[in-house]
Design a protein around this ligand. Structure first.
Ligand code: COA
Length: 734
């Protein structure tokens, strides 16, 4: 018998050993440093016993193993190649030893077998799994490659094609999918898993199953035809590289490793894998993507904890206004099984809202994410209404009427009288102060902002905005609703633009200045897209709508006149004056249309170019002098300084939440991890000296107090106290 904290081994009288993972203080089994060490000791124990005939590896939890502990990545990766290699060698040695034990080894796999969990079972001789299995190698999604033999054993077990698909995509697969491609050997019910696995083990012990030849196969070079292999790799490398793009090198690297190691014995192949892993682990993508996992877990934990603190649960909701946002909220609520009343003042509005929901549901059916017979059931959860009847039974209301303060004020006042006194009232405003809207309410404590992003079904973020009088229960209930809708809730304090728009508009202001200096919007879009944004600022403004942008920038200008100048005389205002509203009327910076095949088109507008020409500071050719790097910094510095101010003013709680808000709300490039992660990556010194270079452009280009402190101390955002929850205390940097 062996008893560790996370691993236990029992040996029965008939010589069957059972090794069970049960990692303490964690809901799922993970390979943290301690468990990896314990596994070494457990294997030592197994190697030292002479009476063992076979080994069964399983889990005491509802899931098998969810991989290496991602929380340990950043601290280890930052210590350089030797430490990273150490991490790899320990587990590789463990798994090789499992593969060489003097008796057969069968894994009984339930729930999740991801990353290192999957790699460990690949080292076992047979893999029996339960129906609920999700198995895969998600490492490339974290910016790294499998480093514990995944790229070596998977192609030798299931063939090159499967290995490339599984590893490059990083997807999870079901038990039947894994069985079909030969990654696992049998599927049973959860209840039968142990006995089925035990049965396979006995067959191995009785020499009825060829476990030794399987071991041989996993250690030998791959058998293949050279010409076919070369062709196959050439095609799939081109495809994988194009899909992942230059900022995400891990998928292509993984395929190259499989190719390079194909002709080698396991041990040499593992060296190739380790070498490439070390390289990937030191990329910005690896640090950012694993950081996103850690940030996201923190965010969800906090949101779920807050949700638990709500006085009551939400069984029914209501939304006011059946426009794009209101309709989107109704759809999302119905989809997530929360019945919702959809109220509008016009039948036509309600009809439009419902038909949009219908369209989205049909899209889900097409993608195989919903059975067509369930469409009616989901739609039935939306109760359209022109009246307030039944509003006394709802637990939460989302106001999503037109973005005009007098209309919102009147509607909120009206609905407050119709709802239960305990019900929570929220506004989906994107620009109007929550404290201002609260002034007309009798129960401001039950009111807060609930800012969804467009399109509601696709954008993960919901900003929950706390006003001065908002109660903790209102926040907790609103967060609970956002979580129930499958959204990422981030609580922020009330201020003009809240968090996301407050930092987006300085970025747009940076764009306007570049235009005035003669840099073409097409070039700026290309540069920013190359930098990683899903769309450049001109395209984004067209999507947002130039009318909306001008309105919102007015709000920002009122709130922060010293940093955010009025857009009255700006290029954007001039385009608007020429009735160029953006995508909504197919005329913005670009002209939008469709080609002969009905595909959407986007072309630079000559009219827009002429208007912009009139707004140039002079007819200089600044464009020629503005490098790509300068364009990026001129765009990003105003966003970064404003985000830093939000942190200093406790608008947002911590660095991680600030970064995640931009990722989930704006599509900030994931491989950069967020604005603060980006500053840490380039170094605060570099950021500050670039800002100094552009200080003449205005206040938004001045570094903040925190930035100055970080620069003086040589610290980074993620190593500073701002990583932790901000308690509003003095500015302090570790
Ligand atoms: N490293 C560190 N922690 C992990 C982890 C990992 N690889 N996988 C899961 N966890 C932790 C979570 O942080 C969470 O911790 P908590 O209990 O302190 O909140 C707990 O396990 C449960 O995870 P959660 O995501 O809340 O549960 P879920 O059922 O929604 O999802 C997984 C489970 C395994 C699908 C999901 O956690 C996941 O995708 N994990 C990462 C898997 C991975 O990428 N592995 C490869 C690493 S190389």
């Amino acid at each position: 018998m062996y008893t560790g904290e996370n691993i236990g081994i029992t040996v029965s009288d008939n010589g069957i050993a059972e090794l069970t993972f049960d990692v303490q203080n964690s809901r799922v089994n993970i390979f943290n440093a301690q468990t990896v060490d314990e596994l070494s000791r457990a294997i030592e124990f197994l190697e030292s016993q002479s009476n063992i005939k076979g080994l069964l590896i399983g889990s005491a939890k509802a899931a098998f193993i969810a991989g290496a502990d991602i929380n340990e990545f950043a601290p280890i990766f930052s210590q350089g190649p030797d430490k990273i290699l150490e991490l790899l060698q320990k587990s590789n040695s463990n798994f090789n030893r499992i593969e060489s034990l003097p008796f057969p080894v069968v894994a009984a796999i339930n729930g999740f077998a991801l990353g290192g969990g999957c790699e460990m079972v690949l080292a076992c001789d047979y893999r029996m799994v339960s129906e609920d299995l999700r198995i895969g190698l998600p490492e490339t999604r974290l910016g790294i490659i499998p480093g514990w033999g995944g790229t070596v054993r998977l192609p030798r077990i299931a063939g090159i094609e499967t290995a490339v698909e599984w590893i490059a995509s990083g997807k999870e697969y079901s038990a039947t999918q894994a069985l079909k491609v030969g990654v696992v050997d049998g599927v049973t019910s959860v209840n039968q898993l142990n006995s089925s696995a035990m049965d396979v083990l006995q067959q191995c012990i009785d020499n009825k199953l060829p476990y030794l030849s399987r071991r041989q196969q996993k250690q030998s070079p791959l058998r293949h035809n050279d010409i076919e292999k070369n062709m196959a790799f050439m095609t799939c490398k081109a495809m994988v590289g194009a899909q992942a793009g230059q900022h995400y090198p891990a998928p292509l690297t993984a395929v190259t490793v499989i190719e390079k190691a194909a002709d080698l014995h396991r041990d040499k192949a593992l060296l190739i894998e380790s070498e490439a892993f070390v390289e990937m682990a030191q990329t910005q993508a690896a640090l950012s993507l694993s950081g996103i996992f850690v940030n996201d877990q923190q965010l969800m934990k906090k949101a779920k904890q807050l949700a638990k603190e709500a006085n009551s649960s939400i069984s029914k909701a209501a939304v006011l206004g059946a426009g794009i946002m209101g309709g989107g909220v109704a759809y999302q609520s119905a989809l997530k099984n929360i019945p919702i009343k959809l109220k509008d003042v016009q039948q036509a509005g309600l009809d439009l809202g419902l038909s949009e929901a219908n369209k989205l549901l049909n899209k889900r059916v097409k993608r195989g994410r919903l059975d067509s017979e369930n469409i009616g059931e989901v739609l039935n959860r939306i109760e359209p209404s022109l009246e307030y009847s039944g509003f006394d039974k709802v637990d939460i209301v989302v106001e999503a009427v037109v973005e005009k303060s007098e209309v919102k004020t009147a509607v909120l006042k009206e609905v407050e009288e119709k709802i239960h006194p305990e019900a929570i009232l929220t506004s989906n405003t994107s620009t109007i102060s929550i404290d201002f809207l609260a002034q007309s309410l009798q129960r401001p404590e039950n009111f807060c902002g609930m800012h969804f992003f467009n399109p509601v079904h696709a954008m993960p973020l919901v900003e929950v905005i706390r006003g001065d009088k908002t109660s903790d229960n209102a926040i907790a209930t609103t967060v609970a609703y956002a979580v129930a809708l499958g959204k990422k809730a981030i609580v922020v304090k009330d201020c003009p633009g809240f968090l996301v728009n407050r930092v987006l508009f300085p970025y747009f202001a940076g764009f306007s200045l570049l235009l005035c200096d003669g840099v073409s919007f097409e070039r700026i879009d290309k540069v920013m897209e190359k930098w990683g944004w899903p769309m450049g600022p001109a395209h984004l403004l067209d999507v947002v709508g130039l009318d909306t942008a001008v309105h919102a920038s007015g709000v920002m200008a009122d709130g922060f006149p010293e940093r955010m100048p009025r857009e009255n005389s700006s290029v954007i205002q001039a385009l608007l004056d020429a009735q160029r509203l953006g995508q909504k009327n197919q005329k913005g910076f670009y002209d939008y249309g469709t080609d002969k095949k009905g595909k959407p088109t986007k072309t630079v507008s000559d009219e827009a170019l002429e208007i912009i020409q009139l707004h140039r500071n002079d007819d200089n050719t600044e464009e020629n002098r503005c490098s790509e790097e300068e364009i990026v910094f001129r765009m990003m510095i105003p966003m970064a300084t404003e985000l830093s101010r939000c942190l200093e003013e406790n608008i947002v709680d911590n660095v991680a939440e600030a970064d995640m808000a931009l990722l989930y709300g704006l599509g900030f490039p994931p491989f950069r991890g967020g604005v603060f992660r980006w500053i840490d990556d380039i170094g605060i010194e570099c950021f500050c000296s670039m800002a100094e270079q552009f200080q003449h452009l205005g206040e938004s280009y001045r570094t903040t107090d925190t930035m100055k402190q970080l620069r003086n101390t040589g610290a980074s955002y993620y190593s500073s106290s701002f990583t932790q929850s901000n308690d509003g205390g003095d500015l302090y940097v570790n």
